[in-house]
Design a binder for this molecule. Structure first.
Ligand SMILES: Nc1nc2c(c(=O)[nH]1)N[C@H]1C(S)=C(S)[C@@H](COP(=O)(O)OP(=O)(O)OC[C@H]3O[C@@H](n4cnc5c(=O)[nH]c(N)nc54)[C@H](O)[C@@H]3O)O[C@H]1N2
Ligand SMILES: Nc1nc2c(c(=O)[nH]1)N[C@H]1C(S)=C(S)[C@@H](COP(=O)(O)OP(=O)(O)OC[C@H]3O[C@@H](n4cnc5c(=O)[nH]c(N)nc54)[C@H](O)[C@@H]3O)O[C@H]1N2
Ligand code: SF4
Ligand SMILES: [Mo]
Length: 667
């Protein structure tokens, strides 16, 4: 029998597209667009269009398993859930008795970005009193930088950019990471409005750009400062607005004299005339928008760069115009969901913690005796892969991985627990790139013995003897509560919209007021006295210009390390692991397009296929996508070349802030 039900894409993607799931005999047969969807009416992207192939993947993990071979060898035997839960709880109780609860560590990141399944583990591990996890792997330097300037005022929802008259696409690989926004990008250009891309590597964005400014990695702050220098010099700054509404404007303005386009040109590798021309075009537009990604913030100076770009987005008064300002950060101006219903504050404690970016060092520390991983793949996604693998290889680290497929991390588990796909679980979703709220009860039963994160933590809680009412709830109970207690602008949703959510659907929540600070009678901050660096200024990244600065680019055909199960379509479509090099950098190294090359630094040697292209800045090397180790030539991905250093704000990742040398590979 065929039925249809509503489902939501659970992945770490700003859009949170919804779609219809067609179900035949309890299995997902196909997915169809939801033409009423507020942001993705033409349906899910190239990765999710055949989601049934992921959900029904032949190599899905269906049963709990126990390791039988050496760590990392990947040999396991089937066991029952009872055995698995008994073994985990017995080991944990022993560890807690002998070494205390902080000897148990956990790792979770963005495998599922919904409210119940992602965050239930926070409650569980807080209740357990385990070692804490500082989860700053993604864009925390950027969001902290944004907040340091704008506080709780939300920026543009992508749909609002229809009213802008000029767009700078600043370090955002839109066709890959913001697929539904390609509608606005195409429409913008159809109307003859220009899009200038500021990128290190524009291989995907080039066809949609009228002009491309290729910039050296980690130097965007210098260019943005020089642009403001030009805006001041050429009377294109909105001085009245800045004097009234920008805290610290006069102090900051005085510092701009030193940041000439010639000064920035040296740092950024962008000619002074191009910086001037871009500043002029930006300054003369009535409602320019900067659409920003997060690539430029994954550096030692990432938080500072983010602050400077937000200030630039305000400098001509663009925020006052419909469609003008900044897009690509927090568009909502606040949360819609009462997080405390899932991540229970009473469970929070004061524990030693591991920064996820330094998980390798964290789990190499012998005082950590157990690691639980869910909805994350640290062996692929974290910097300094070899340190992560050294930790995972410890015979005395009791490792549990809750996964859907055999990842490079799961191979190192002592116990693997089988996880569900989103269509097999119930949840509420907020998009981090749009003002939308979505919800979807589960549409099919899980195959084999797969269990959701919620159900798994519930059994573990019982086995650990937690008597809290929290762990007695079902997913469905929590789903109802989350929808009963929406907050922020979501309280403005109609009864009909709330009803749609309860049955599975997506709705638009009113856009944020981008001039909220005026209504509140307070300024936004150019200078922020709460920070170690109150006055924005140029700060260099960790990596110097030599030999080559290495960055990672989100790939078109994967989402972080997700979709590795798609051997029939997505894996072949993306081809081998490439390293993009500028023709000048390739030529001095005797490298031509298609060569087998080796990138190396003090951390590792990693082999790639060279892609020689004019669309990357000189002095840079760029690696698109995250590859499972078995799909690489040397058994390691690009992250093995990244140091586990932290950013200026938020102790976040600096995965783009490294240098490598590259040579032709010879056996
Ligand atoms: N297809 C696909 N979609 C994805 C993902 C994916 O891997 N693949 N990842 C998901 C996740 S986890 C996230 S966080 C989001 C958004 O992920 P973001 O990181 O916001 O991705 P983008 O902004 O699209 O891409 C970052 C861009 O920054 C560029 N870049 C790197 N360093 C610099 C620099 O110093 N200056 C400038 N100007 N540019 C620089 C890179 O070349 C890249 O094009 O995307 C999500 N969606
Ligand atoms: N080279 C490089 N490295 C990167 C990036 C990059 O673009 N390039 N992107 C960085 C960014 S922005 C991010 S956010 C991180 C992401 O880092 P991670 O979150 O560690 O990586 P993912 O690849 O998203 O892995 C998610 C895992 O969760 C599993 N999963 C999915 N749904 C569920 C579920 O419901 N339950 C359970 N238990 N498991 C589930 C998936 O099968 C997958 O293996 O990677 C970072 N690392
Ligand atoms: S664009 Fe993003 S949210 Fe939409 S279907 Fe693709 S991965 Fe999912
Ligand atoms: Mo991310």
């Amino acid at each position: 029998m065929l039925t249809t039900a509503y489902a939501v894409c659970p992945y770490d993607c700003p859009s949170t597209c919804g779609f219809y799931a067609e179900i035949e005999d309890g299995r997902l047969k196909a997915v169809y667009p939801d033409p009423q969807h507020p942001v993705a009416p033409s349906g899910p992207c190239r990765k999710m269009a055949r989601y049934e192939r992921s959900v029904n993947a032949p190599d899905r993990i269906l049963y709990p398993m126990r390791r039988t071979g050496a760590k990392g060898e990947g040999t396991f035997e089937r066991i029952s859930w009872d055995e698995a839960v008994r073994e985990i709880s017995t080991r944990w109780k022993d560890i807690i008795r002998e070494s205390g609860s902080e000897a148990i560590a956990w790792c979770n990141y963005s495998g599922v970005m919904s409210h119940i399944q992602e965050k239930c583990g926070f409650a569980f591990f807080n209740r357990l009193g385990s070692r804490g996890l500082v989860r700053t792997l993604c864009a925390d330097a950027k969001t902290t930088g944004y907040k340091a300037v704008m506080g709780g005022t939300g920026c543009l929802d992508p749909r609002e950019t229809k009213d802008s008259d000029f767009m700078i696409c600043w370090g955002s690989n839109v066709p890959a990471t913001r697929n539904p926004m390609m509608r606005q990008v195409r429409e913008h250009r159809k109307q003859g409005k220009r899009i200038v891309t500021v990128e290190v590597c524009a291989i995907d964005m080039a066809p949609y750009s009228d002009d491309i400014v290729l910039i050296r990695p980690g130097t965007d702050g210098a260019m943005a400062l020089a642009m403001m220098h030009v805006l001041e010099r050429e009377d294109l700054a909105d001085r009245e607005y800045l004097k009234t509404w920008a805290h610290g404007y006069e102090t900051f303005r005085e510092t701009l004299a030193q940041y000439t386009p010639e000064w920035a040109a040296e740092i950024c590798g962008v000619p002074a005339e191009r910086i001037e021309a871009l500043a002029r075009e930006y300054g003369q537009a009535k409602a320019p928008v900067i659409l920003w990604g997060s690539g430029f913030s994954r550096y030692a100076n990432g938080g500072m760069t983010a602050r400077i770009i937000v200030i630039l987005s305000q400098y001509t008064g663009a925020w006052k115009q419909p469609g003008g300002g900044l897009c690509g950060s927090n568009p909502t101006g606040g949360g819609y969901i009462d997080e405390s219903l899932v991540d229970v504050p009473e469970f929070h404690g004061n524990h030693a913690s591991i920064n996820i970016n330094q998980l390798g060092a964290g789990i190499c520390d012998p005082s950590v005796r157990s690691l639980y991983v869910y909805a994350g793949n640290p062996a692929n996604s974290l910097s300094d892969t070899r340190a992560v693998l050294r930790g995972l290889a410890r015979e005395d680290l009791f490792t549990v991985v809750h996964e859907r497929v055999m990842t490079d991390t799961a191979r190192f588990a002592d116990i693997i627990l089988p996880a569900t796909y989103s269509v097999e679980q119930t949840d509420v979703y907020t998009a981090y790139g749009y003002c939308t709220l979505s919800a979807a009860p589960k549409v099919i039963d899980p195959p084999g013995e797969c269990r959701s994160d919620w159900d798994t933590f519930q059994c573990l809680a019982e086995a650990m003897g937690f008597e809290d009412d929290y762990f007695r709830q079902t997913e469905e109970d929590l789903f109802g509560k989350l929808l009963d207690h929406v907050k922020g602008k979501a309280v403005l949703l109609s009864a009909e919209e709330m009803e749609r959510l309860r049955h599975g659907g997506a709705v638009t929540v009113p856009f944020a007021d981008h001039l909220q600070f005026m209504k509140d009678g307070r300024q936004w901050n150019i200078v922020n006295e709460d920070l170690a660096e109150p006055v924005p200024r140029w700060m260099p990244p960790y990596a110097g210009p030599e030999p080559l600065r290495l960055i990672s680019v989100p790939g078109l055909w994967s989402l972080n390390s997700v979709f590795h199960e798609r051997e029939q379509d997505l894996i072949p479509a993306r081809g081998p692991m490439i390293l993009c090099l500028n023709p000048e950098d390739a030529a001095v190294r005797g490298i031509v397009d298609g060569d087998d090359v080796e990138a190396f630094n003090d951390l590792a040697r990693v082999r790639f296929t060279a892609r020689v292209t004019e669309l990357i800045a000189k002095g840079a090397a760029a690696a698109p996508g995250v590859f499972a180790h078995k799909l690489t030539k040397s058994g390691l991905g690009v992250n093995a070349l990244q140091h586990a250093r932290l950013s200026d704000l938020a102790e976040a990742t600096t995965m783009n802030d490294n240098t490598v040398e590259v040579r032709k590979y010879e056996e």
